[in-house]
Ligand binder design. Structure first.
Ligand code: C2E
Ligand code: CA
Ligand code: CA
Length: 443
């Protein structure tokens, strides 16, 4: 006869759990069932550093902890590895919110206990909950578990919360994510992804000093998908490295093409995703592009967002140094969008600081700069100048904003006031004629 219990934890095997849950769902009466799906974030770290025996011990203690009050428990199983699922009976006097709060608290208590015991400061219990309502007697048990598992995946990505309740909209979100991540490589091959360029203007002369390369995805039906809609998904799937390399190659090709034809060109900056920091393969990749396309290093710049420097200062420093060795400039993008650390500016050899557009965007003031923001911007620009770092302000949309930035000595400006990001062919006209084209404000 097939074993119905998991040897390590003594819980049911998953198939047995589903059979029991099916029976429980069929006899639902005046109560609900909560499916609680939990896993241990950084469990692998425990196994790797303390050994599998300690890992097994943690798992057993965790199971003892979550099953100790079993008066309402209907069934429990180990699905795989450190993934534990429980089904509990919920009486009507407990609201969904209260139940979630209860699980959240229990997770926090377990984290305090186990972090100390296992010397694992980052250990976290991540739980997804799905509720089976009184009238859900025809619900498939596997669907109930997969809903809780989906919520658990969301919980795993949250910084502060560890417990998420399933919501139907999550299924739509996942469908979209799968659609995007599974079609990216084909879309690149089909030419659906194109590099657009947004000029950067020199304050004062208002001449174009350079441009930023920004990706655009245009579906065959003409519809655009903007980076904010797909980059978070492909960052999660790891495909952002493929996308960034595609952009870098396109930019190198573009510059090399212009040079071959003896046409003028300006430095182009490209964005660097945080994923590159884990493997650092970006350095040999960029080096190989320089060898292949033979362009001057000062024609390419790299933008790393402020948060990358803060999260991983040492790796960021290595990356900056590697890029500097090749002769390229590096900027700190989105400065001021998060927890800006002024002291990072003096510690890291940054060439350019890009002030985030949040400073200029204020719906209530209709893009008029608030006094407080003015003080902050001018202090940052002043400090940058003293540190010999070039300052650039992004998101410039009005002549007033541009004038103010001139007054306080901001060296470069970028924004819709000068030009939106434009396709390569329009950008070429922009460079050739030395004047803006397309959907532009300045003639
Ligand atoms: P970012 O690097 O901060 O790029 C600036 C964003 O601000 C761009 O949005 C640009 O179109 C927008 N923008 C420029 N001027 C103005 C303005 O005056 N007003 C307003 N409201 N917005 C302005 P976009 O192209 O949608 O890109 C969004 C973000 O996606 C980028 O923010 C960047 O983080 C990321 N991204 C875009 N292309 C790439 C890429 O090729 N690789 C990587 N890793 N990330 C990219
Ligand atoms: Ca950027
Ligand atoms: Ca930016």
């Amino acid at each position: 006869m097939k074993e119905t219990k998991d040897i390590l934890t003594g819980l049911d095997r998953y198939e047995e759990f589903l059979k029991k849950l099916d029976l429980e769902i069929k006899k639902l009466d005046d109560y609900r069932i909560a499916i609680i799906y939990t896993d241990i974030k950084h469990f692998k770290y425990i196994n790797d550093t303390l050994g599998y025996q300690r890992g097994d011990m943690l798992l057993k203690e965790f199971v003892t902890q979550v099953t100790k009050d079993n008066s309402h428990m209907l069934c429990a199983a180990r699905v795989v590895s450190d993934n534990i699922v429980l089904a509990v009976r919920l009486e009507n006097n407990i609201s969904n919110d209260n139940f979630r709060e209860f699980i959240h608290q229990s997770n926090r208590e377990m984290e305090d206990k186990f972090r100390e015991e296992y010397l694992a400061a980052r250990l976290k219990f991540c739980t997804g909950i799905s509720f089976i309502e009184k009238n859900d007697r025809s619900l498939d048990p596997a669907t109930a578990v997969s809903n809780a598992n989906l919520a658990r995946k969301m919980a795993k990505e949250m910084k502060d919360d560890c417990c998420v309740v399933f919501d139907r909209r999550m299924v739509e979100g996942i469908k979209k994510e799968v659609e995007i991540t599974s079609s990216l490589s084909k879309a690149i091959a089909n030419g659906e992804l194109k590099v657009y360029y947004q000029p950067k203007m020199e304050t004062g002369s208002l001449r174009m000093e350079g441009a930023e390369a920004l990706i655009r995805w245009q579906k065959p039906d003409g519809r655009f998908i903007y980076p904010d809609e797909f980059i978070p998904f492909i960052e999660r799937s790891g495909q952002i490295v493929e996308l960034d390399y595609f952009v870098y190659r396109e930019v190198f090709k573009f510059i090399a093409g212009r040079m071959r034809e003896n046409k003028p060109i300006v430095p182009i900056s490209v964005n660097v995703s945080r994923e590159h920091l884990s493997k650092m393969e970006i350095l040999p990749y960029v080096r190989s592009l320089f060898e292949e396309y033979r362009i001057q290093p000062n024609l390419i710049e790299f933008e790393l967002t402020e948060s990358i420097y803060i999260e991983n200062t040492e790796k960021a420093l290595q990356l900056i140094e590697g890029l500097h060795e090749m002769g390229t400039k590096v900027s700190m993008d989105d400065f001021g969008s998060g927890y800006s650390s002024l002291n990072l500016l003096s510690r890291l050899p940054i060439d350019i600081i890009k002030l985030d557009k949040v400073f200029l965007q204020d719906e209530e003031a209709e893009n008029r700069l608030k006094e407080n923001d003015k003080i902050i911007i001018s202090c940052i620009i002043d400090m940058a100048r003293k540190l010999s770092i070039t300052s650039l302000c992004e998101g410039v949309e009005t002549p007033e904003q541009s004038d103010y930035l001139s007054q306080i000595g901001c060296e470069l400006q970028q924004g819709y006031y000068f030009s939106r990001p434009i396709p390569e062919s329009d950008f070429e006209i922009f460079i050739d004629q030395g004047c803006p084209v397309g959907d532009l404000v300045i003639a």
